[in-house]
Design a protein around this ligand. Structure first.
Ligand SMILES: *Cc1c(COP(=O)(O)O)cnc(C)c1O
Length: 379
């Protein structure tokens, strides 16, 4: 079945009592046993819940994994995956990953016996040079946030496989509709379902998707033991949202392409980062690895011509807000907002400037979005 069918038909038809077409919300914290040792597969909602299971089946099917854990937030998913490691282990990841992941790695897990190398993930040689005997995980986030740099997933997983290193891909930006990391050899896929999977900016959530049964078992054990699972209500909303993933991703992409092309021609814009533009330096890899370009882009505003504040005061359809992947368009300044927790030195190293504006392009009419940007850029 194609993704458009899978997203609609997986994890539904769960209600044998009344035949509801839509999966019910099971808000029960506990489930009774028919006899000691005999229940219907659920005992306590931290461990498992039928609504959450339905969402997990759906996301696992979309990614092509053997199973999935739906977590309370994207960071809960990232946290769980880090607990697959042991003190002394070393992790290689990008110098331009999601700010919250960077903070978790550099200020929480670094103090708990793990060590990290933050490298330029575009450069496979740099990844190879960072390898140590104790390297046990390579954390991939591609396209990166917010500069849309691309990591060659197959090259990284080949490097890791020779050495028995676990590979993880944060697939939040493209969603399984535009990128399927398991097909490129990745072991674990992580999502902030807050973004495209749910798509409506009305919950926070995360997902860990497993390629093999052994890691799934360990992952489920950890989510339960750490207490990081998603609430049934939120899982239910994510399951509703994911059904239109394909249609939304197509709409996001079409709009992002129009906005990127418009911005690239604008005299007050110095540079545009979008994988769909011919100017993106990694075009060959993009076509090889991605099934689409997604709805995220970034650009450098020429603040000698228009002050940053002025631009944000004037936009009407693009709300100044963090987060991304919802049906509505958002703009933000990574330096001061989403990526501020990285600190100045790391920000500079990653190529983010004070003038970098990140855009999450929504599914509105692209003509309205371009008109809004046009009047805002007049300043
Ligand atoms: C938002 C995001 C996260 C964190 O997810 P939350 O749901 O905010 O906890 C992780 N990775 C990426 C790429 C994200 O965009």
């Amino acid at each position: 079945m194609r993704i458009r069918t899978v997203s609609v038909h997986t994890g539904v038809a769960k209600d044998k009592s009344y035949n509801s077409v839509i999966t019910p919300i099971y808000p029960s914290s506990t489930f009774y046993f028919d006899a000691i040792g005999k229940n219907k597969g659920y005992d306590y909602t931290r461990t498992a819940n039928p609504t959450r299971t339905a969402l997990e089946e759906n996301i696992a099917a979309l990614e092509g994994g053997v199973g999935c854990s739906a977590t309370a937030t994207g960071m809960a998913a990232v946290t769980t995956v880090m607990f697959l490691l042991k003190p002394g282990n070393h992790v290689i990841t990008g110098d331009d990953i999601y700010g919250g992941s960077y903070r978790l790695f550099s200020s929480i897990f670094s103090g708990m016996g793990l060590s990290f190398s933050f490298v330029n993930m575009r450069d496979v040689a740099a990844i190879r040079a960072a390898l140590r005997p104790e390297t046990k995980m390579i954390w991939i986030e591609t396209p990166s946030n917010p500069l849309l740099n691309i990591t060659d997933i197959a090259a990284v997983t080949a490097l890791a496989a020779e050495r028995g290193i676990l590979t993880v891909a944060d697939n939040t930006f493209l969603s399984p509709y535009f990128q399927r990391p398991f097909e490129l050899g990745v072991d674990v896929v992580v999502h902030s379902t807050t973004k495209y999977i749910n798509g409506h900016s009305d919950i926070v959530g995360g997902a860990i998707v497993y390629r093999a049964k052994e890691i799934e078992e360990r992952g489920r054990y950890l989510v339960n033991a750490l207490g990081l699972a998603q609430a049934p209500y939120d899982a239910w909303l994510a399951l509703r949202g994911v059904k239109t993933l394909a249609q939304r991703m197509e709409a996001h992409q079409e709009n992002a392409m129009k906005v990127a092309e418009y911005l690239e021609r604008h005299p007050r814009v110095k540079k545009v980062y979008y994988p769909g533009l011919k100017s993106h330096p990694q075009g060959e890899l993009i076509r090889r690895q991605m099934k689409g370009f997604g709805g995220m882009l970034a650009f450098e505003l020429d603040t000698s011509k228009i002050p940053l504040d002025r631009f944000f005061e004037r936009t009407k359809l693009f709300a100044l807000a963090e987060s991304l992947g919802g049906v509505e368009s958002l703009v933000e300044v990574p330096w001061q907002m989403s990526h501020a927790s990285m600190g100045e030195a790391a920000l500079k190293l990653s190529g983010i400037t004070r003038e970098t504006i990140r855009v999450s392009v929504g599914i509105e009419a692209w003509e309205d979005l371009v008109e809004d940007l046009d009047q805002a850029l007049k300043g």
